[in-house]
Design a protein around this ligand. Structure first.
Ligand code: COA
Length: 357
């Protein structure tokens, strides 16, 4: 069986950046105006007053301080509360493609390859703008694509396959929902997959083993209404944007993922103590701390389980790869690491990696 490697990675984040403080200021102004406009109904008990958000809560509950977004414009306007992006004609490249290409160029560069060396591209994300060879599995879209691409290369269907993850999560983020308005950021990641014996990039990692999982849950829902939120009367309705029961997700996903990772390690006869690093999905710092503690048997250091939430927020399926991209080059030849995505679906994708050089 051909051994497969991630021979290069890339990351693109849009230049616009929103701090918790800016986000909360806009949200609280929206709340003030909403409560003022419905004062009579609230006073008469026909409607609940909306509650304010806070930077302290967001950081403590999620670990997020900032997020990069495709369009700050509109998101911080209490009367608009969604990104304002100019429409692009069909002759122009889609924004998701533009982001994905920027990440893909970096991945090729780090692998020492040219575009003509690539035999196929899988675009994997939680939301799409155009058709291609697409893969969608919520927050695990990227890892599902990596397993498919690895199988393709192993079967000889292509010598090198690019997996690209343009995640424009702010398109389906409900900025008027106190429990979720802070979670998402936008980013694109890319990985080049090749036979391990050809992967000579300095930060090439052999994919020792992959496992995927999906379990039905209604606790994170996306009815993809963000493609169709043109009526101002309904544009913030639940079916137009992503919704979740955050507490249930937290309670159910933590044990599911820890068990899944430990089972996978056991099947490969790898003891958790052999792992030098965990690159976990980046949705919530407290979930990651608990999962890493269950897997490693002790509270992880930032070195053992790096967190990129503070700067990027939840970038959906790109998250674990952002952590991998930013925190893998310092490890040594032969070191083992465990990448795991998890979330909407529920889905989870587990990849055990060994540094090649
Ligand atoms: N600002 C200030 N206070 C807030 C708030 C906000 N934006 N949102 C909620 N609160 C309040 C609540 O009203 C509650 O107040 P109370 O104790 O007076 O009733 C308190 O904070 C705690 O709320 P709770 O919902 O229990 O918070 P939590 O610690 O469970 O965190 C989530 C909520 C959503 C951040 C957390 O459950 C979570 O991240 N879950 C995982 C979801 C996820 O990441 N999914 C992505 C895919 S994995």
């Amino acid at each position: 069986m051909t051994r497969i490697a991630i021979s290069g990675t890339g990351l693109y984040v849009p230049p616009d950046r929103i701090t918790n403080v800016e986000l909360v200021e806009a949200y609280n102004e929206y709340v003030r105006a909403h409560n003022a406009a419905h004062e009579a109904d609230i006073d008469a008990g026909r409607m609940h007053a909306q509650l304010k958000s806070s930077d302290e809560f967001i950081y403590k509950a999620s670990g997020i301080r900032n997020r990069h977004v495709v369009a700050k414009n509109g998101m911080l306007d209490p009367e608009i509360m969604c990104p304002r992006l100019p429409e692009r004609p069909n002759g122009e490249i889609a924004l998701s493609a533009e982001m994905g290409i920027a990440a893909a160029k970096q991945a090729l560069e780090s692998a020492g390859r040219r575009p003509q060396d690539v035999d196929g591209v899988i675009c994997a994300a939680s939301i799409f703008q155009r058709f291609g060879y697409d893969m969608m599995a919520g927050c695990s879209s990227a890892t599902f694509a990596l397993q498919s691409a690895a199988d393709m290369v192993a079967q000889g269907h292509g010598r090198a396959i690019l997996c690209i993850n343009p995640e424009i999560n702010t398109m389906h983020l409900n900025l008027r929902d106190r429990e979720t308005h802070f979670i998402f950021g936008d980013a694109a990641t890319a990985c080049l997959l090749e036979p391990a014996q050809a992967a000579d990039g300095a930060n090439a990692w052999e994919m020792v083993s992959t496992r995927l999982k999906s379990v039905y849950s209604n606790n994170i829902r996306n009815n993809f209404g963000s493609m169709n939120r043109f009526d101002p009367e309904t544009q913030f309705n639940d079916d137009k944007l992503i919704t979740q029961s955050g507490r249930k997700v937290f309670k159910e996903v933590v044990p599911m993922v820890a068990e899944f990772m430990l089972e996978h390690l056991g099947q490969q006869n790898i003891a958790p103590s052999q792992l030098k690093r965990l690159w976990l999905h980046q949705a919530n710092i407290n979930m990651n701390r608990l999962i890493a503690t269950k897997v490693l048997g002790h509270e992880p250091t930032r070195h053992e389980a790096p967190n990129v939430l503070e700067e990027y927020g939840n970038t959906s399926s790109a998250g674990s790869l952002v952590a991998f991209h930013e925190h893998s080059a310092d490890l040594a030849k032969g070191d083992l690491g465990h990448l795991c995505s998890f979330g909407a679906g529920y889905t989870a994708g587990s990849i055990i990696l060994r540094k090649l050089h």
